[in-house]
Design a protein around this ligand. Sequence first.
Ligand SMILES: Cc1ncc(COP(=O)(O)O)c(C=O)c1O
Length: 415
Amino acid sequence: MLMLKRTELSAEEMRELAAFLPGADPEVKPRFRGADGCAGSWRPIIPVCEPVLGGNEIEYVRQAIESNWISSAGGFTREFEAAFARFCGTRYGIACSSGTAAMHLMAASLGLESGDEVILPTFTMIATANAITYCGARPVLVDCEPQHWQMDVEQVAAKITPRTRAVMPVHIYGHPVDMDPLIELADRHGLAIIEDAAESHGARYKGRPVGGLGLAAGFSFYANKIVTTGEGGMVTTNDPDFARLAATLRDHAFSPERHFWHSYIGFNYRLSNLQAAVGLAQMEQCERLIEARRRNAAAYGRTLASIPGIRTPAEAPWASSVYWMYGILVDAEEYGLTRDQLRRRLAENGIETRSFFVPVHCQPVYRRAYASEGFPVAERLCRDGLYLPSASSLQLEEIEYIAGVIRGACPGLGS
Ligand SMILES: Cc1ncc(COP(=O)(O)O)c(C=O)c1O
């Protein structure tokens, strides 16, 4: 694949996708005070997400600067790695520069090469698939299940070929994939599992934290993630050889025996000590940040429950979700407006939202490789899904206000 080649879809190819691709993001208009009963920290625009930097972030960054250790070789990097590995119940944490870098480090540490295949869900952010493509390997796509919007584990077996090397489940929006059947299948076929846990810090599968459920996992610390370093990522694993290789590849594959000596093509995917200082401060607060996400999800569930045509996310019996994003589905027939119409109404009332992911198989760069395959659940999620403001700092009054706007916009309920 020529990675720098731009791919445009033809008008006919676009027509096939038109039925479910989201429209442009609506402009969010500030609301006026008095438009609702919101007390406390009232704000004219409720953002879809924002970081919460309320702890020792500034103090630790100050310490990093005063120590003069501002690149990756500083104490905060090691402390952050140890704290995050503890949080995931793994032996190793390898901090890196982004979630995408974490995914690529995992793929590269597996030794993926041209012709290899990795099975992953089409309903994900494009970085999951790109990490495999960077290695010259092929992402093989499966649909998701309609109840929890996660990779449909039952579809994986049919996609295994002699070239399959790994399965890459993605815990979408903070909800864990049903891992036990996947682990059983992967073990039976000798496949590695690498989790894309970019969105799911602290989520649990049958009581076990994500990040330690397969050979390795990758996390993102982008500013909208529950734990953030601004930009950043982490690979977690229990495997010492995998950890060593990922750490080596992260740092240009410098040889421990001789300086400027390289036996692998490595990368510069290092996380700076300044970013790690922020990350360590975030780890001190992360249980509280997760608790706020779960409390907000419960409040959304209560306030949206009786609105016809609005489907709220279901938590599977195996799952403790962290609700990275609180997504809903809009059944246009039952609700009376389409997803995009509802997004416009919310934007007119100062509420920022996002449409769900456009699946990998619909992306211009991947479309032609998958045009003959059907992924109806992912396409329906792409057509009907949006996420509401989801930050850990969201106020209960704001949730009530948002639910009120959704209720008021429903033609059947009147205003
Ligand atoms: C599922 C998933 N994988 C990978 C990434 C990439 O992370 P980053 O933006 O930190 O590179 C994201 C980012 O949001 C994501 O949602």
